[in-house]
Every structure is written in C-alpha cells, then in structure tokens.
Write a protein that binds this ligand. Structure first.
Ligand code: URA
Length: 433
C-alpha cells in the first residue's frame, strides 16, 4: 500500500477499500504514517466524504486499535454519554455524578478541547490534584466503589483516534460526519459501556449547523452502536448559543458546581436533566419519564453534589475547591464587552465566541499549546434578552493582556440584534431512540 496513492484516491472522490482503511488505521496507530499524510487524508475526507461501509470499517478498526475495556462486571448498569462538542458544554461534570448517585455506573473516558469547543478533561484538570490518567484497575475500582470515574483517553484506548483527534483539532478537519462518527463511536465501543447516550449538538456553536445534518450524524452513530449490541439513543440538543453562561475551564467548573448545589437553573440544568434521564432510562430500565423524574429529584436533593465531591476526591482532586469555588485563581486581566446598540439578542455566532475564548487562552492553537485554566468568557446576555446600548454583554478573562483587544472587538460582531422580541431557542430538538 502507498499512502500518497490512497490520499489521491480519496481526493478524487473514490471509496477506499476495507483493506486500505484497515492498513491506514494501523499506520496511524503504530506511527508509520507521518502527521502530514494523515492531515492530507483528513482534508480529502472532509471534502469528499465517505460512504456508510467506509465509515463502519474505519470505526471498527479504530475501536480495535487498542484495548477494549470489559465493563461486564457492572452488568446492564454501565452507562456512558458523549457530546459531539459545544461551547460552554460542561454537562459531564453534572451528569456523571448525578447518574452515579441514582445507582448507575459511569466509567467514562473524556476528551480535550477540539477546534472551537472545550473538552471535559481540560475542565477537570483545572481542579488541583485531579488525576486524569489512571490504570485500568484503579479506573474500575473507583467506578465500583464510587459509581463514577472520568479519565482522559489513555494511550491504550482507541489510540488511532487519539492521534487523529489531535491532528484534526489543528488542521480544521473536525466538522465532517465520517470523522466525527468514527472518532466518537470507536471510543464508545472500546470503552465498553452497555448503554450509551449521545448528545448531538446543533447550531452555530456545534459542528452540525442544521437539524437535518445533526439527525443524519445521530442516526449513523445510533446504527453503529445498535449493530454492536449497545442500548443507544441520541438527543439533538441546541447549541445556537453557548450552554449556560460560562466558557473556559475553571469558569465552567464553577458554573457546574452552581447547578449541582441547586443555586442555578436554566438551560444548562434542563439539558443535563434530559440527558441524565435518558441515561437512567437505558441503564436502570425505566421509562424516559421515570428517568427524568429520578434525575430531577436526585439533583434537587443535593445527592448529586455529594457524589461529585466523593468522585473528585477519589481521583485526587482537592475538594475544598468544590466547597469554596472562590479558591479557583481568577485571571489577571478582566474586561467587560459593552453593547454597541440597544435591542433583543436575536442570534449568536457561537463558534466565533468559542474561538474568542480560545484566543484568550482557554483552548489550543497548536498541539503543544498549554491551556490557561482561568481564561474564558462569562456571558451576561443570551438569545431573547434585551440589552441597552452601553450594557455589559460579556466579561472576558485572560492572563495574556495582548489577546484582550482583539476579543473585545470580535465579541460584539458575533451578536445579531433585533428591534423586535425574540423567542428563546428550544433546548432539545429531537430524540432518536
Ligand atoms: N467528539 C469526539 O470525540 N470526536 C469528534 O470528532 C467530535 C467530538
């Protein structure tokens, strides 16, 4: 096999054969194919796409590129959730302990930031001491004893995805269905949970910009999961504006804590309850309505917050930061974005807002970049809200003073104003079971 020839084949829009795809994934895993050829192939896939057979083979070979975790010791209780990515999406921090507090088992591998979207592992690393790398034995022990354990994708689990993910992040080849399906489903299949709930985001901050595109992505992933014997469903959730008000790693942990402690409601809480309800319905074999009721009661009773403290402590995190979130370091430079006009907020270019947060230091521009945990954006107004000229639209946080002026300019350009009242977007567009 000859990589330049395979890149050319895809560039010309032809389907790759099963043996060619399996050879490529093995070359990605063992390092024999260099970054530049993988990046070129990703770009060719981005423009030319893949058929369902190619996607199924790619997913299968990527899932088997490393260890397959065996969670059969938890029977039908093991449940996983995966988001296709968003801005301000801190749902795992709330849902994982919530579902565990209800008796399900969440042994979860999460990712880092990708493109303009944030990653759960980066967020968790903002809690001092939290260990994202654990051996399989400890991962399973914590899941058994606490009910929840969230780690980064180890070198051994779907290593082909690990390498591809890092390259896609910095080569603008993330938002393409074949690569998203194979990335997510290879990890979910290798991670071993019996039940899987997919959070497929849609809107200006998601990789899928329209509901039909998101449904197409969701149906492909659900079909692969079902063919592999998993209980699986997908919620199409709104990402036409950031979820909640915080964007950036420690800012998002603080917001997740506010929901867990019952001092914050709104879109973030409701999306978390919908996803958690679906996870409980699949893993505890109850109706979706019963799952939702149980999730709501457990969150509102404070049991999910208590479980979160147990979980973070079990992974070495300093729980005093959860009890007193004001301990998280605040960025050195804090500046308000002022509204240039009066009106209702009609639309937000959420991808642009995500890029602004990355520019302030909350995300990576190259594989080697270090994240600034305190950097990010706190929104003050979202779609449907009325603002007067001169009101604060958002507050920017950074430790790199030079990044402020550009973000101050960019943020108002991401907002569309209307003189007429605007409805808030629906939170859940579709459920695919
Ligand atoms: N999340 C993933 O794990 N992979 C993708 O490609 C997109 C979102």
């Amino acid at each position: 096999m000859h990589m330049p020839h395979l890149i050319e084949k895809k560039k010309d829009g032809r389907a790759l054969k099963e043996e060619e795809l399996r050879w490529i994934v093995r070359g990605i895993t063992d390092g024999s194919i260099p970054d530049y050829q993988i990046s070129a192939l990703c770009m060719a896939i981005y423009f030319r796409g893949m058929n369902d057979e190619e996607i199924a083979v790619l997913t299968d070979e990527m899932a088997h590129s490393g260890d397959m975790i065996d969670l059969s010791c938890f029977g039908s209780l093991s449940v996983d959730k995966h988001s296709t990515g968003g801005v301000g999406d801190k749902t795992t921090l709330i849902i994982a302990p919530l579902v565990a507090a209800c008796g399900a088992k969440v042994a979860k591998m999460s990712g880092r930031g990708l493109g303009h979207t944030g990653g759960t592992i980066d967020k968790l690393e903002s809690i001092p001491g939290y260990r994202v790398e654990l051996g399989e034995e400890e991962f399973l022990r914590i899941t058994r004893e606490v009910g929840v354990c969230v780690i980064g994708q180890s070198g051994e689990l779907a290593p082909a995805d690990k390498r591809l993910y890092a390259l896609r992040d910095v080569t603008s080849t993330v938002d393409t269905i074949p690569l998203i399906v194979s990335s997510i489903m290879s990890k979910k299949l290798a991670a071993g949970a019996k039940s899987i709930v997919l959070d497929v985001t849609v809107g200006s901050g998601a990789f899928m910009k329209t509901v039909p595109e998101a449904v197409n992505l969701a149906e492909k992933m659900v079909a692969i999961g079902r063919a592999c014997g998993r209980n699986i469903s997908a919620l199409i959730t709104d990402m036409s504006e950031p979820l909640g008000y915080a964007i950036g790693n420690s800012l998002e942990v603080k917001e997740a804590l506010a929901v867990l402690k019952g001092v914050m409601g709104g879109d973030l809480k409701e999306v978390c309850l919908a996803l958690a309800g679906e996870m409980l319905s699949l893993s505890l074999e109850m109706t979706p309505e019963e799952g939702l009721d149980l999730a709501r009661q457990t969150l509102e009773s404070g049991a999910a917050y208590e479980k979160a403290k147990e979980w973070i402590a079990a992974q070495g995190g300093d729980v005093s930061y959860l009890e007193e979130p004001e301990r998280f370091p605040v960025a050195e430079f804090v500046e308000d974005v002022i509204s240039p006009e009066s009106g209702y907020i009609a639309a937000m270019d959420t991808e642009e807002i995500g890029h602004s947060a990355c520019h302030l230091g909350a995300g990576r521009k190259t594989k080697a970049d270090e994240i600034d945990m305190a950097a990010g954006i706190m929104l003050c107004a979202k779609i449907g809200d009325f603002v007067e000229k001169g009101d604060v639209l958002a507050t920017l946080y950074t430790n790199q003073e030079e990044s402020l002026s550009e973000s101050l300019k960019r943020y108002p350009m991401a907002i569309t104003f209307s003189k007429d009242p605007v409805e808030k977007p629906a939170l859940i567009h579709r459920i695919i079971r």
